[in-house]
Design a protein around this ligand. Structure first.
Ligand code: ADP
Ligand code: 5GP
Length: 185
């Protein structure tokens, strides 16, 4: 396996802890570059434009697609999400470790367009724990939680499409495993 940093894709069902793990990892290793996606979803309390996401409207998202500016994009739970292409390629070219935190549909697109990418699946310790985390986060309505759990069943069934599975029992452990996979430590 190459020692050169390469593109790493982190996916897993909503609520499994992807953002938590990535934030923990980047606190200790800010040199890991996380792509900031564009989304038509409305910001959650505390989310800032340009930090968690670039928050755009439907027309702006249409233009990003039409102009070929997205490396991949998908509709997830009624909103569109996409990865700006240019910055990802620029960072990879300069040799930085690059991380995408995207859904299953996006991971499949990246596997097609960049087969050298490493696909990592973050799995919950159990279905019950996933439901508890998604509900406990308290950021979504019961309807949206239900929609995300329906999607989660589909996503969990796709685990074998990924190169590696990490089970998110301990945030510290998973963050360390991810850093090792990215050859950062
Ligand atoms: P995602 O980004 O995958 O949608 P989040 O990072 O928002 O998920 O995490 C969902 C919830 O689960 C949050 O409330 C978070 O604090 C909690 N969580 C994340 N990882 C763990 C863990 N290892 N153990 C317990 N709770 C966790
Ligand atoms: P959330 O609304 O909870 O922030 O994200 C919902 C889902 O969209 C998560 O599974 C997240 O990984 C995914 N997501 C975030 N950004 C992107 C993106 O740029 N592309 C794709 N395909 N999925 C994304």
């Amino acid at each position: 396996m190459s020692e050169r940093p390469r593109l790493t894709v982190l996916s897993g069902p909503s609520g499994v802890g992807k953002s938590t793990v990535v934030a923990h990892m980047r606190k200790a290793h800010p040199e890991v570059w996380l792509s900031v996606s564009c989304t038509t979803r409305k910001p959650r309390p505390g989310e800032k434009n340009g930090v968690q996401y670039h928050f755009v409207d439907d027309d702006q998202f249409d233009k990003l697609i039409a102009n070929g500016e997205l490396l991949e994009w998908a509709t997830f739970a009624g909103n569109r999400y996409g990865t700006p292409r240019l910055e990802v390629l620029r960072r990879l070219e300069s040799g930085e470790p690059v991380l995408l935190e995207i859904d299953l549909q996006g991971a499949r697109q990246v596997r097609e367009s960049m087969p050298e990418a490493q696909l990592v699946f973050l799995a919950p310790p159990s279905w019950e724990e996933l439901v508890r985390r998604l509900t406990g986060r308290g950021t979504e309505s019961p309807e949206v939680i239900e929609e995300r759990l329906t999607t989660a069943r589909v996503e969990l069934a796709a685990e074998s499409e990924f190169d590696t599975t990490l089970v998110n029992t301990s945030v510290e452990d998973v963050a360390a495993e991810l850093l090792a996979l990215m050859r950062v430590v």
